[in-house]
Design a protein around this ligand. Structure first.
Ligand code: NAD
Length: 341
């Protein structure tokens, strides 16, 4: 069993912990929190040993009925690998600790590429993780882009990509953030950071991205255009998506044409936390013009799509499963991830 610590038990960390616990070859040795919160109670409920960043706060946790197993360093010592899901920028500060203890570590998209020196996506570069100590799972938007670009690049070659991201303003529980009534250019300048981020995994891809933030909490919506190298048909592209285990199709017949209806759908499917782990490509938007111009809309659930990638990244860094497809299959099966459509 691979012993996994989760440093930072928030939106991403709590999902990674549950996904690790579901795997046949992994166990959660601990999760960490900075302060008493609802999530700390969930950790207790799930039976995950709770560690804290600052032991001076131990009595506050104990007064709240939350047993503290120790500090973050003690948690790391009990682990083979740590998934750092602390807020963007905090993870970087933890690097010297991981280095000192000689632990393998995975960061999230809120950290820069250089923190790990290697950015990861299971379908694109699983084997490159072999022998490395550190990796970073690219952000939710970049994961969604890498999956679809890589799939079409493998099938037809990709000459050029233009992607416009309409981004959720905040996560559902993130009451401190906006916007409430605005469309915020994020940033005004072009490209947004997503294009360069995609290139950390797919360096040969010619891509420009633009992004804006809107007042919604569930999912980003991407409008994507790609110029392909080989001529193809809409049916051939749909076949590529149908054969991909992390690209789902929002079928025309469902009548779904918004993030809100898609959320209702994942909820009704009984997905934990309504998570859409796969890309949600809208079938009716998939178009090929003049043989080589591809267009589509895809929904990306910001809280969920990076979770299976973190699980595969654990196996890739640990070197326990050499074949990416085998790891992806194990992860999907343990999560109950059968791509929609
Ligand atoms: P979050 O704020 O929901 O959770 C972070 C958790 O870390 C909180 O529980 C906080 O208490 C804890 N924490 C803070 N400082 C800590 C410390 N020093 N030691 C231990 N724990 C600490 O954040 P999140 O949304 O889960 O984001 C985590 C990372 O994942 C970021 O890099 C972010 O960019 C990335 N990410 C977020 C999303 C998303 O949509 N939320 C999507 C993809 C990637």
């Amino acid at each position: 069993m691979i012993k996994v610590a989760i440093n930072g038990y928030g939106t991403i960390g709590k999902r990674v912990a549950d996904a690790v616990a579901a795997q046949p070859d992994m166990e959660v040795v601990g999760v960490s929190k900075t302060s008493v919160s609802a999530e700390a109670y969930i950790a207790k409920e799930r039976g995950y040993p709770l560690y804290i960043a600052d032991l001076a706060k131990k009595s506050a946790f104990e007064k709240a009925g939350l047993e503290v197993a120790g500090d973050v360093e003690a948690m790391l010592k009990a682990a083979d690998i740590v998934v750092d899901a602390t807020p963007g920028g905090v993870g970087e500060k933890n690097k010297p600790l991981y280095e000192r203890l000689g632990k393998k570590a995975i960061w999230q998209g809120g950290e820069g590429h250089e923190v790990a020196g290697f950015s990861f996506n299971a379908h694109a570069n699983y084997n490159e993780a072999a022998g490395k100590q550190f990796a970073r799972v690219v952000s939710c938007n970049s994961t969604g882009l890498v999956r679809i670009i890589h799939a079409l690049d493998q099938a037809f070659g990709v000459e050029r990509v233009l992607a416009v991201m309409v981004r959720r303003g905040a996560d559902p529980s993130d009451v401190k953030r906006g916007p409430i009534d605005a469309i915020v250019l994020n940033p005004v300048t072009i490209p947004s950071h997503h294009g360069p981020d995609v290139k950390t995994v797919l360096p040969h891809i010619n891509i420009v991205t633009l992004a804006m933030i809107v007042p919604t909490t569930f999912m980003h919506m991407h409008s994507i255009q790609m110029e392909l190298k080989k001529e193809t048909t809409r049916d051939a592209v749909l076949k590529v998506f149908e054969g991909h285990n992390r690209i789902g199709l929002v079928r025309k017949a469902t009548g779904i044409k918004s993030n809100a209806e898609l959320r209702e759908y994942t909820q009704d499917l009984g997905r934990p936390r309504t998570d859409l782990w796969e890309n949600g490509v809208f079938e009716d938007s998939v178009s090929i013009l003049d043989g080589k111009e591809f267009y589509c809309f895809q929904a990306i659930h910001q809280e969920a799509d990076v979770i299976p990638e973190n699980i595969d990244c654990i196996r890739a860094l640990m070197g326990t499963v050499k074949d990416p497809e085998e790891s992806i299959r194990m992860t999907n099966e343990a999560l109950g991830l059968v791509a929609i459509g």
